[in-house]
Design a protein around this ligand. Structure first.
Ligand code: GLU
Length: 423
């Protein structure tokens, strides 16, 4: 390993979680492990200053990033996060997980990610637009439909993508819809993109549940995070008769043993900005979320949520990672010892980037597919991915995460090896 400080990482950072995940797959890579250091060295990272004129006339500065972790298999791909806790190390980890995710799904992309350390909920609509446009301009040389294609992540949405597409297009003098994905449908976006990540969580979750002998209808499901990923997966589990007994967001934890009415909770959340105060369930202490008995747990919030302590307390059979990096490596070990299966983030939440891939292809051909076609292709890709990883895990006698890394890292390092080094 290099002596550069970024390749070690703070011990509890997302980047250090990623490094441990890579370490665990190295013994399985055979001759390709000669190239493995490529996985721990992000190819390119840019830090930008974003000066923003606030509505009251004052000027504030925000720090932004774009990291291209690996481009061996194709252009960079990955979202942009607007969140007050964003750091360079976090964006590095998120970009690396995109490399692994795209390879695990066999999408023709490398991995990238961007972020701005800002709380977007404190900005007005106009301030958010100015911030987005300046950030896009600052990273403009790094992105492009053949170079690196941003998309939504925590704190960003289709409107932010529309501003990014417009800013980049204005700068190059030609409308270029393929520079970002996750756009509004009327601006070159794809049908099915908004629900794709939650749908992928549901599809991979159902496949894994079937393999474990868990009948999804009637099962007890818990969801942490009620944003785009958590709420859609809760909706789909609820729709086939699972009982979503616990839901947690940044403000509250709700519990109802007979199952929460998810459509009603979605309506409440849209009106109030949070699930807090929803009258159709009991409010429990946040930490109790981790101690109730469930069949299926979907962490769909942020990184580092399943710690060793929580892993020891959990009573569930299956964890489906809707978020990126929700489980710390020491917690992974405990879950494995305790016989709980974890469908890793790089498979479980890959529905979003898969439909981003469809969007990118549709933008290039200017020919748009039906929602039915998109969902069919998405379901089939996700089912094949979980099946391949399940078989690999059984063949190698490793966790699903290490198996997913084995499938992905073989593809990444084979591309690295066959392309060779320049010069
Ligand atoms: N932000 C999403 C993820 O973490 C989607 C990325 C994309 O569509 O490029 O996978």
């Amino acid at each position: 390993m290099s002596e550069l400080s970024y390749v070690t990482g703070d011990c509890h950072s997302a980047w250090s979680t990623y490094l441990t995940q890579v370490e665990r797959v190295l013994p399985l890579l055979g001759d390709l492990s000669r190239w493995a250091d490529t996985l721990t060295h992000p190819k390119r990272a840019l830090i930008v200053d974003i000066p923003l004129e606030m509505d009251d006339g004052s000027v504030r500065h925000f720090e932004g990033y774009r990291v291209q972790h690996n481009l061996s298999r194709g252009p960079g791909k990955g979202g942009v996060r607007f969140h007050p806790d964003v750091t360079l190390q976090e964006v590095m980890a998120l970009s690396a997980w995109m490399t692994v995710k795209c390879a695990a799904l066999n999408l023709p992309f490398g991995g990238a990610k961007g972020g701005v350390r800002v709380d977007p909920t404190t900005l007005s609509h106009k301030e958010l637009e100015r911030l987005t446009r300046r950030y896009t301009s600052e990273i403009g040389n790094m992105i492009g439909p053949q170079q690196d294609i941003p998309a939504p992540d925590v704190g960003t949405n289709a409107q932010v993508m529309a501003w990014m597409m417009d800013t980049w297009s204005m700068n190059v003098g030609a409308t270029t819809t393929g520079v970002v994905t996750g756009k509004p449908v009327h601006l070159g976006g794809s049908l099915g993109r908004v629900k794709a990540t939650g749908r992928g969580v549901f599809v991979t979750g159902c496949s894994a549940a079937t393999k474990l002998g868990i009948g999804v209808p009637g099962s007890r499901v818990a969801v942490q995070g009620f944003g785009n990923v958590g709420s859609v997966s809760a909706e789909l589990f609820h729709a086939i008769g699972a009982k979503v007994v616990a839901v947690q967001d940044h403000k509250a934890t709700l519990y109802l043993s007979s199952g929460v009415d998810i459509p009603a909770l979605q309506t409440w959340q849209q009106a109030h900005g949070s699930i807090a105060g929803f009258p159709g369930a009991d409010t429990i202490a946040d930490e109790h979320f981790w101690t109730q008995p469930y069949d299926i747990l979907v962490p769909a919030a942020l990184e580092g949520q399943i710690t060793a302590e929580r892993a020891n307390q959990l009573k569930c059979s299956l964890i489906i990672e809707g978020a990126n990096g929700p489980t710390l490596p020491e917690a992974d070990d405990i879950l494995q010892q305790r016989g709980m299966a974890v469908v890793p983030d790089v498979i479980a939440n890959a529905g979003g980037v898969t439909v981003s891939y469809f969007e990118w292809v549709q933008d290039f051909s200017s020919f748009f597919w039906s929602e039915e076609e998109i969902n069919q292709r998405l379901d089939s890709i996700m089912q094949h991915a979980i099946e391949a990883v399940w078989q690999k895990a059984e063949a190698l006698n490793v966790t699903l995460r290490t198996a997913a890394y084995a499938v992905a890292c073989e593809r990444i390092l084979l591309a690295r090896k066959d392309r060779g080094l320049y010069p």
